[in-house]
Design a protein around this ligand. Structure first.
Ligand SMILES: [Zn+2]
Length: 462
């Protein structure tokens, strides 16, 4: 039985789907105004692990992920420009062109990382009517009010506000840097709908004039539409906890009058060289940039698997080198099993399977699960070990069916090694075996192995 950590209760809980056999899950998706960086993508690797673990346990899944193509302002606190519009102005394109371009790149990145697409992908701009209806209901129920620039949620009407982050309101407000707006009833009230200025490109007709939705409302409206009043799991990054997800809870529970999400799960941050990832530091790498540097996207996935999703993961290029090497070694090791005709005793194999399953079901302990795979892979070559690895790969998603024979080193053999080899060939012809052995040792000391052949010799990197 799969146990997962619920941010709301701060406890590991057995996952009990509301409807037996099928898990309903909503995942906060990307705001498509720029490339996703590796820190963003780590969150989706986590989402994918969870989806795979659910399926590994024989459950079905109905997953929804939103694509934010309108309404996400530069800060979470209703401040600044619309991210989509800002990117559109900078790149001299329409917001639609920007959204389509980065949506396409985002899903290509997911594919490269073997991240399965949730069953339903919901674009915010396709659901404006649902959001207007949602805001109307909140107004009717007395949870929202109108000002000269929009419709706001009145958090004083929802006393449980803050229960997910367990922050008090003052910390909350300081953290979110909410705008000073004299018309708001409480500083932390947030926009459900913004009335558009004339020059705002994306705007829709609403009961409150032309405008556009707030960012938070899209997740409440779309999860309600596709998953019903209460659903099983909601995922996102830890950065969503204090504002975005608190606001979602407030909107949804206020409208429905009951709990709407059973389990909240959050993936931790990725650091770069021990520090924050930020555009200004130039360390927000993309998958394309990793590929340019010679790393395979799946080596990045392997890198992510090395840390538990609730722990911060420090990205370094040394770490990526190690991941790339380990991943290649894993594929080569498994190849020996693939071509073997032996079989490991079934009790032993079953024990590995049980250990793997226990690790996965303990709140997705993938570092431990990967360790079980490695221990199993170090057994003497056996066909059923390969088959078990493919079964584990349903969770790991590392394309282990691509197991291959070790690739021959393509680096040229250095000149000094060739000279020594030629000297050794001459010594052998002169039957000077002592000299020949001495030269073989010298070649070995340089990291090369020499073997005699009919026509002379072959040299290979050790
Ligand atoms: Zn969301």
């Amino acid at each position: 039985m799969l146990k997962v950590y619920n941010t709301l209760t701060r406890e590991k809980e057995e996952l009990q789907p509301i409807k037996p056999g099928i898990v309903t899950m909503y995942s906060c998706g990307p705001t498509v105004y720029n490339y996703a960086h590796i820190g963003n993508l780590r969150t989706y690797v986590f989402m994918d692990m969870l989806r795979r673990a659910i399926k590994y346990n024989g459950l079905k899944i109905k997953g929804v992920m939103n694509v934010t193509d309108v309404g996400h302002l530069l800060s979470d606190g209703d401040e600044g420009e619309d991210k989509m519009e800002k990117a559109a102005k900078e790149q001299k394109k329409t917001p639609r062109e920007i959204a389509d371009r980065y949506t396409e790149i985002f899903f290509r990145d997911l594919e490269l990382l073997n991240i399965g697409k949730p069953e339903i992908i919901a674009k915010a701009t396709d659901h404006i009517d649902d959001m207007i209806k949602y805001v109307t209901d909140l107004l009717d129920k007395g949870y929202a009010y109108e000002t000269s620039d929009g419709i706001y949620f009145d958090i004083s009407a929802f006393p449980e506000y803050g229960k997910l982050s367990r922050l008090n309101l003052e910390d909350q407000i300081a953290g979110a840097r909410v705008e000073v707006n004299a018309e708001k009833r409480n500083p932390a009230d947030f926009a459900l709908w913004k009335k558009a200025e004339k020059n705002h490109i994306m705007q829709w007709q609403s009961p409150w004039g032309m405008g556009y939705p707030g960012w938070h409302i899209e997740c409440s409206a779309m999860s309600r539409k596709y998953l019903g009043v209460t659903f099983d799991i909601h995922t996102g990054g830890v950065d969503h906890i204090p504002v975005h997800h608190e606001n979602e809870i407030a909107q949804s529970e206020a409208r429905e009058g009951c709990k709407t999400v059973n389990v909240w799960m959050h993936g931790e941050f990725m650091l770069v060289d021990g520090g924050k990832m930020s555009k200004s530091l130039g360390n927000t790498y993309t998958i394309a940039q990793l590929e340019e540097r010679g790393y395979s996207p799946l080596a990045f996935r392997y890198f992510c698997l090395n840390a538990h999703y609730r722990k911060k993961l420090n990205f370094t290029f040394e770490g990526m080198d190690a991941a790339q090497t380990a991943y290649t070694r894993l594929l080569e090791t498994l190849y020996k099993h693939k071509v073997s005709k032996e079989d490991l005793p079934s009790e032993k194999l079953e024990s590995y399977k049980a250990q793997f399953c226990a690790a996965v079901n303990d709140d997705l302990n993938l570092p431990l699960a990967l360790g079980v795979l490695w221990t199993m892979a170090k057994e003497t070559p056996c066909k059923n070990v390969y088959r078990a690895a493919l079964d584990f790969d349903r969770v790991l998603g590392l394309s282990l069916d691509k197991a291959h024979a070790p690739e021959k080193s393509e680096e040229p053999v250095p000149q000094n090694v060739i000279e020594l080899a030629n000297k050794r060939l001459a010594a052998r012809k002169a039957k000077d075996w002592a000299q020949s052995d001495k030269l073989r040792d010298e070649i070995a000391a340089l990291g090369y192995k020499i073997a005699d052949s009919k026509d002379g010799y072959t040299v290979e990197k050790i």
